[in-house]
Design a protein around this ligand. Structure first.
Ligand SMILES: Cc1cc2nc3c(=O)[nH]c(=O)nc-3n(C[C@H](O)[C@H](O)[C@H](O)COP(=O)(O)OP(=O)(O)OC[C@H]3O[C@@H](n4cnc5c(N)ncnc54)[C@H](O)[C@@H]3O)c2cc1C
Length: 478
């Protein structure tokens, strides 16, 4: 197999890059170890499109945060991905906090962020009526926004594939060898020859780098735990509300999600296990107690799930984005921790410009699509629109997930798109059955049945997420 560019890692960064490169007349192969796109850090984060005051000035994080933020709204609009500009607040409760707010404001100005200002207690209470009444002031960034991280990564990949990029899942890269003109990359049971590799492997970016050269950075995994509260609690918090940052990160936030839930977290705990996504009592207690300082009336009894994500913190302290010195054709975007979700579109633009130049400026394709086939979200339609759809296809009238009002037709559509869902969690990420209050208690058997029928596999072969994660026993039935 041959390709012009091989991208390793289909998180938000690899997917953004695949979409940019798919505009050119070259063969792009996006490879991921997992059974779906967006199952690394892109799957479990706070989903904030950061305004840009937090990143240390003059770092790559600050630059790509600012540039990425400026691209987000249009990108989400083009790809039909949720995006809401709700604004963020960093709240201060004492003198020390207020000194930090001033520092963040100054840093924001240095980073070139406009529309940032300090607001007093009354203004904070006006914006956030349920915030702890002992609040003294806040830093307000009205341009901060929320999005759907895995929805965006899926949409980017879908659009890239519509323009000819190829995707290989369940394909862990295990070896990279230098060849006469480039590299031979071994993944799964295949290999590909390519002049260009881009390392977008998240927490494994140091491992991929080490396949060619001793890395000058290591990835230090930092786990963050979250609570997701039921939609009934959704408007208890109106903005993305931070407390002042600590050495380990931006701190616990309370914020609405684009789907109307409340997300609370993350803490930051460091261990050496890149794959430890366990939710511990200690972490839950930490998140709960910190969040209650901001919003004393938060009802954690409304939690519908708890989960953890792992940040790819680089020992260099910054993103590692470059054409690696001494290895022509080896590009990387490693150590992309927060604000990596925000920065991804700008990182992709920067790297794609370099790669296109390196490949001798191939021409743009004559016909490309910048949008994707619209996603019909049944729950948001009027009764008349719903009626018309059901008349054309009764599967639109078959509600599979009652918590989120997801129809059979939406699930079927999600399976048959480019980069379609192949697993129960894949369907959940794309169209949300199982994301509501019952967490799949009622709809799981139906989702398995639909996946089995559409993929033409036995129900017992349907996987939750990873290869081998079957839900039914052989000989069982739904
Ligand atoms: C707790 C937490 C909160 C965050 N909050 C925010 C936020 O609010 N706003 C924000 O801007 N950013 C946030 N971030 C950061 C953001 O989520 C990440 O920067 C971003 O998702 C990184 O994307 P990525 O594509 O680099 O990595 P990933 O999404 O991790 O993707 C890397 C991919 O590489 C694949 N891979 C690994 N090894 C191999 C291999 N050998 N072969 C093939 N494939 C491989 C993996 O399967 C994975 O899919 C947060 C992160 C965390 C963990």
């Amino acid at each position: 197999m041959k390709a012009d560019v091989v991208i390793i890692g289909a998180g938000i960064v690899g997917a953004s890059l695949a979409r940019k490169l798919s505009l050119y007349d070259i063969r792009v192969l996006l490879i991921d170890a997992s059974s779906d796109v967006a199952t690394g850090s892109t799957k479990a984060n706070t989903a904030l499109v950061h305004a840009g005051y937090d990143a240390v000035s003059h770092t790559l994080m600050a630059r790509f945060n600012r540039e990425g933020h400026a691209m987000y709204k249009d990108l989400c609009h083009l790809l039909d991905v949720p995006y809401k500009q709700i604004g963020s607040l960093v709240v201060a409760f004492n003198n020390e906090d207020e000194k930090q707010l001033q520092k963040l404001l100054d840093r924001g100005k240095t980073n070139g962020i406009k529309d940032l200002h300090l607001i007093d207690r009354n203004e904070v209470l006006n914006l956030e009526p349920a915030v702890n009444s002992s609040v003294r002031s806040a830093l307000y960034a009205p341009k901060a926004a929320i999005t759907g991280p895995w929805e965006l990564a899926t949409a980017l990949t879908e659009n890239a594939m519509d323009n000819g990029a190829e995707l290989s899942l369940n394909s862990p890269v295990t070896k990279i060898e230098k060849a006469l003109k480039g590299f031979v990359v071994t993944f799964g049971h295949s290999s590909v020859t390519t002049p260009v590799i881009v390392n977008c492997a998240g927490i494994e970016s140091d491992t991929i780098h080490a396949m060619l050269k001793k890395p000058d950075y290591t990835i230090i995994p930092r786990k963050g735990t979250y609570f997701l509260l039921d939609k009934k609690s959704g408007d208890h918090v109106k903005h993305f509300v931070f407390q002042t940052p600590s050495k380990l990160g931006k701190g616990v936030v309370c914020a609405p999600t684009v789907h109307g839930n409340l997300i609370i977290g993350p803490d930051a705990s460091q261990n050496n296990d890149k794959y430890d996504l366990s939710v511990t009592r200690d972490s839950m207690d930490t998140v709960r107690s910190v969040a209650l300082q901001s919003f004393p009336d938060l009802d954690f009894g409304m939690s519908i799930t708890e989960f953890a994500g792992v940040r790819a913190h680089s020992s260099s302290g910054d993103f590692v984005i470059r054409h690696v010195t001494g290895i022509p054709g080896f590009f990387e975007a490693g150590g992309i921790k927060s604000p990596g979700l925000t920065a991804a579109p700008a990182i992709a633009e920067f790297l794609s410009d370099q790669i296109i130049q390196y490949l001798g400026a191939p021409s743009l394709k004559l016909h490309v699509k910048t949008t994707r086939k619209p996603v019909i979200r049944f729950s948001g339609l009027s009764d008349a629109e719903k009626g018309m759809l059901i008349k054309a296809n009764p599967a639109w009238g078959h509600i599979v997930c009652r918590c989120e009002t997801v129809t059979e037709a939406e699930i079927v559509d999600s399976i048959h798109r480019f980069c379609g869902s192949k697993t129960v969690d894949g369907v959940k990420r794309r169209v949300r059955p199982g994301s509501g209050r019952c967490q799949g208690g009622f709809c799981l058997p139906k989702v398995i049945q639909i996946l089995a029928r559409e993929l033409k596999i036995p129900p017992e072969s349907v996987e939750k997420e990873l290869p081998g994660s079957w839900i039914l026993k052989k000989g069982g039935s739904v």
